[in-house]
Each structure stands twice: as C-alpha cells, then as structure tokens.
Design a protein around this ligand. Structure first.
Ligand SMILES: [Zn+2]
Length: 497
C-alpha cells in the first residue's frame, strides 16, 4: 500500500442516527485499504435535502471532505457472504499449470527461483513448483525449487503435481526425501462422465487409482491432496466415493477443479457447499481447494465465490496463464481480495511478479489487461482527464487516483496518466505541459489541440515534444524579428500622425 497520506474522516464504521442528514440513509461505513473511505449502507432513497446538498457546491465540498462520503459502495449493500475475517490461503500454479499454456516458454530455473520468492513475498501460502514425473528437466527444476525453499526457509507450502500413478508419485517421494521438505502431492484423476467415457474408465477404475496413489504417498510420509479433474461436470455419485476413499486413506485435502472453465458462480456455490457437507460428515479436518479456468471469463469471480462458499484455498496463475485461455489470474485475485478488505499482505512486489511472468514465459501483457496492462491507468478522453485534473487541483491525490479508476494506481507503484488525442480537451494539453514543466502557453495549446483533432489516435510523446520545439522556434524567430517590427510600427505611427 502506498497511499500513506493521513486523511480525515472515520477510520471505522461510523453510525448515524435517523436525524443525520446524509445520503443513502444511515451509514454503516467502512474505509478502503487505500485510505480512501467508502460509505456502505442499505439502499434507501435519497432525501430531498441530500439532493439539495449536492446541488450546493460549497456545502457538497464540505460534506465530501469527510472521505467516508466520497464513494458509495454498492458492493457492500446486499452481500450474501463475505471474506472479511475468513482464513484462507492462495496457491500459485504458474510454475505448473501456467506453463501448460501453449504460448508459454518454460522459464530458466533462475527465473523460476525468482518467481518462487516473489510469490512468497506476496503472502501466497502454497506454491506448486512442477510435475516432476513429466521428464528429466521437470524433475531437475522441481528439485532445485524445493531445495531453494528449504534453504531459504520459505514460509509457503510447496506442492508437486502427479497423476494418480506411482510413476509420478515416486519422483515426488524422492524429492521430499532428498531435501527433507514437507511437500504436498497434488495427485489428479479425471472424474466427469465425459472423461470416463473417453478413457473407457468406470468408477472402479478411478477408485483403484485413488487407493493406490493415496496409499503410496501416505506410506512415503507425503501429504496428499486428491485433485478431481473436471469436478464441475462430475456426478455426485462418482465424487462421493472418490472423496470418502481418499479421506479414509489419509488424504488431507480435496481439490475441486473447474478444469474446462464450465462453472458459473451458482455452480461453484453448489459444488463447494456439497463438498463441505460431505467433509463435515466424515468428521475429519480436510482442506478444500478451488482450481478454476477461464474459458467463460469467470475464473476470477468463481475463485472469489469459492472462498466465500467454503473453500479455504484458491488457485491462480500469474497473468492467468494456463491451459487454453488460462486459469484464474493470481494478480487479479490479490487485487480483488485487497479491495474487498480480505487481504492485508503487502502487494508492492505484484508489478515485478507480473513483469517477470511475462518476460520469463515470453507472454506479453495485453495493453488492456487489468491493473498491469499499459492502458490500465491511461486516459486521453477529455471528460475523464478533466475530472482527474480537478481532483488533483483540490490537492487530493487519493481522490485523483480514484475518481476514474476502480483500482488505485498507487497500490501498484503506478499513477494516473493523462494523454492527448482527438478525444481530448484543452485541459489534457495543459496537464501534459505541466507534467513536462512547461507553461500553459495559449498558442502552444492551440497548436497541439489542432494536431490532436486532426489525428485518429493518441499523440506520442515525441510528437508532442516536436510540436513544443517547433512552437519554441517560431517564438524565438518572432522575438528576433521584434526590433524590426517595432521600428516598422513606429514608422507606421509617424505616417498616421
Ligand atoms: Zn488446471
């Protein structure tokens, strides 16, 4: 968090009586993590006096000086459940599922080690470092990462992936024994009818694999999480015996997978709730993971809903990298958890994490990508820029950072950027000139606006500088001409007189 300015206004819930003259009725207000407070309360109609208050600019500015009035937070008006106060961990799958993206390049082991530390620095509590049974390099890198975690006493729990086969679990056992690390084996098997049909499997096949895998890992002293692939399309009468068998044999966690990005938030609630009931019926202390993909563009919201519904661990990958269109984006999960007041950990390394995922995996960040895309905090639109500039002129950087942005740029070491295009007004140009330490010369503003309106895009920095340089040359020329012009005018005046 970088917004450190001490601000006025209530830091905690501020209760008003019925006689308090405030918009939205009695507030049960709260404050955001940026230090910019938001009001929170029931959706009741505004009173006439409140509308009058806002119509009166002077009174409105006084009223808004109490920052709890600056943003009315509809997100908290009708909340079915909340993550505030809930205990959960996040699991970073970038180094396993993320690398399964067809566009990703396998990073060097040095880059993977840097990513490992970045993940841990973000407070991510579990990190899957690979599938060591996949081949020689996968084994070597997994071993190096587990060694690094042990050497540096990394606080995050280390996971290694495996099919429900001894051939995949034995390398995990070897790594655990070689390093002395307490790793968790995430051992997976398909569970949906369509997968069973494709593979020619029956429930007996699945149970045989699960029994053999869990028994082997537990005997080797390795914690087990049973991962049922395609859980969101699997029948309860298949999942029930798989889960009970794994738990009975000593598995400590279950992982619900939306392997093909099928689930909606309703489906997530249904599946997580059903599984929580099954776990409660077993009377065991079993962790519950949610692992979601983004085929319908719902991966992030589904992961948040899963945590609200009772999962205690949500998976994600840097920039949402993963199979097909990827997984829940870890960076977006973190930002949303923080915005929701459910995550207090320092996120100052989040930008570096995203940059390294992009560079090491050679997957560029799209310009419009949330928070970390090039355009996330840029605007060239006149109305937007004017509002930001007006907020800045009031001397309030927090307001300027939020007036046209759902995420404060300052959280991730960035700032609101105002540019100049055919959509701009003069205030964009004035702002840009000020940012360059240049005076708001009217002729120069007119020249830049004229150029901007003649284009179909944002003017590049070097174009703007070229216009400034041309204008400066013109002015200098005019100054050089000035004595002659003066003399000419004097001659003119003499003639007239
Ligand atoms: Zn996956």
């Amino acid at each position: 968090m970088t917004g450190t300015k001490k601000r006025p206004g209530p830091a905690r819930a501020k209760h008003f009586t019925a006689s308090d003259d405030v918009i939205g009725g009695p507030l049960t207000g709260t404050r955001s993590l940026s230090g910019l407070a938001r009001s929170r309360g029931p959706a009741v109609p505004r009173r006439l006096s409140d509308a009058r208050r806002l119509a009166d600019t002077r009174r409105a500015s006084e009223w808004l000086a109490d920052t709890s009035h600056a943003i009315y937070d509809w997100n908290s008006v009708s909340v079915s459940s909340s993550l505030r106060g809930r205990v959960f961990t996040l699991c970073d799958e970038t180094l396993r599922d993320g690398l399964q993206s067809p566009s990703a390049t396998d990073p060097t082991v040095e880059e993977k080690i840097e990513l490992l530390h970045l993940m841990s620095s973000l407070g991510i509590g579990a990190i899957t470092v690979g599938l060591p049974g996949a081949g020689e390099r996968a084994y070597r890198d997994s071993l190096a990462l587990v060694r690094e975690a042990v050497r540096t006493r990394l606080p995050a729990r280390i996971n290694l992936s495996a099919r429900t086969m001894e051939a995949d679990l034995r390398p995990i056992a070897n790594i655990a024994h070689a390093t002395g690390a307490a790793v968790t084996a995430y051992t997976f098997i398909g569970s949906s009818p369509i997968r069973l049909f494709a593979e020619g499997w029956t429930l007996s096949t699945l149970l045989r694999h699960v029994e053999a895998a869990v028994t082997f890992a537990v005997r080797e002293g390795i914690e087990v999480c049973l991962v049922t692939e395609d859980t969101t399309r699997a029948r309860p009468d298949i999942l029930d015996p798989l889960f009970r068998t794994a738990i009975g044999l000593g598995a400590r966690r279950l992982c619900l997978c939306d392997t093909v990005g099928h689930a909606t938030p309703d489906g997530v609630r249904g599946l997580v709730g059903w599984t929580r009931n099954l776990i409660a019926g077993c009377g065991a202390d079993i962790g519950l993971d949610w692992h979601g993909h983004n085929d319908r563009g719902l991966a992030v919201i589904n992961s948040l809903v899963a945590l609200e519904a009772g999962a205690d661990r949500a998976h994600g990958t840097g920039l949402g990298l993963g199979e097909r269109v990827g997984n829940a984006a870890m960076d977006q999960l973190l930002i949303n958890l923080k915005l929701g007041g459910a995550y207090d950990h320092d996120l100052s390394n989040l930008a570096r994490y995203c940059e390294l995922v992009a560079s090491a995996c050679q997957v560029p960040i799209p310009a419009s990508y949330p928070v970390f895309g090039r355009d996330a905090f840029r605007t060239a639109t006149g109305v937007h820029a004017a509002a930001i500039i007006k907020a800045q002129r009031k001397g309030d950087t927090d307001y300027a950072d939020r007036v046209y942005s759902g995420v404060p740029a300052s959280w991730v070491g960035r700032r609101q950027t105002i540019e100049v295009s055919h959509m701009s007004g003069a205030s964009n140009v004035v702002y840009w000139l000020a940012s360059q330490g240049l005076p708001a010369d009217e002729d120069l503003i007119a020249t830049i606006m004229q150029r901007a309106k003649s284009t179909r895009r944002v003017l590049a920095e070097d174009e703007l500088h070229a216009l400034v340089a041309a204008q400066t040359r013109t002015s200098n020329d005019a100054n050089d001409m000035a004595p002659e012009m003066t003399m000419g005018r004097e001659r003119e005046a003499a003639v007239v007189n």
